[in-house]
Design a binder for this molecule. Sequence first.
Ligand code: ADE
Length: 233
Amino acid sequence: MLGVIGAMSEEVQLLLGELTDTTESTHAGIIVTQGNYKGAKIALAQSGIGKVNATICTQMLIDLFKPQKMVFSGVAGGLLPNMQAGDIIVASHVVEYDMDLTAFGRRHGETPGRDRLIECEPDLVGKATTAFDQAFEGVEGAPNLMLGTIASGDTFVQDKEKLRWLQREFAALATEMEGAAFGHTCHLNDVPFVVIRALSDSSSDSASEDFEANLHRACQNSFQLMDLMIPSA
Ligand code: ADE
């Protein structure tokens, strides 16, 4: 069983529409759809936006559905100048950027007894990059793929200064609002995980407009990758 989570309905609906032999149940207000996808058994849930929702959803899926692996998929804001909407980021690491114990001499994102960067499972990262190649190699207008750190916090980032800070403080490629909470929860439960995001905006002044304009295309790109990754995960 593979656990798959997206935050918003747009981020889960393409996959949801393709599941067969489905059963639905609701836990902590979250609808979970179990079904088959090209021969693989998955439990798919829409967590809602933000770190608390992502944490609750992840722990609930782990406790009740016992997935061997977990994937979080959706959209993110890019943090580098030459990125394009639709480009795909596979997280090698995730960090909770708004965890702040700097008053105690710690670095941003760091808590006692834990590294500030949480590593995604290398085998799943490899499967995601292979799926990207299969989905997009030789395709005209294909998105780019980048592997690196995704920084998560409870803010929609629409601010040049903040995006620069996120890039420089964490060497992060993209920001979103769930991935590190999901990764933290999977890590504590010893469940291998990866976060896959397609860029909807550049986290800068026009981010909310760009988000609306690019959401569908970004979700299509991450779905194309998931389509090839799920059967191999
Ligand atoms: N998800 C997509 N774009 C985002 C942004 N700019 N900030 C936070 N989460 C996002």
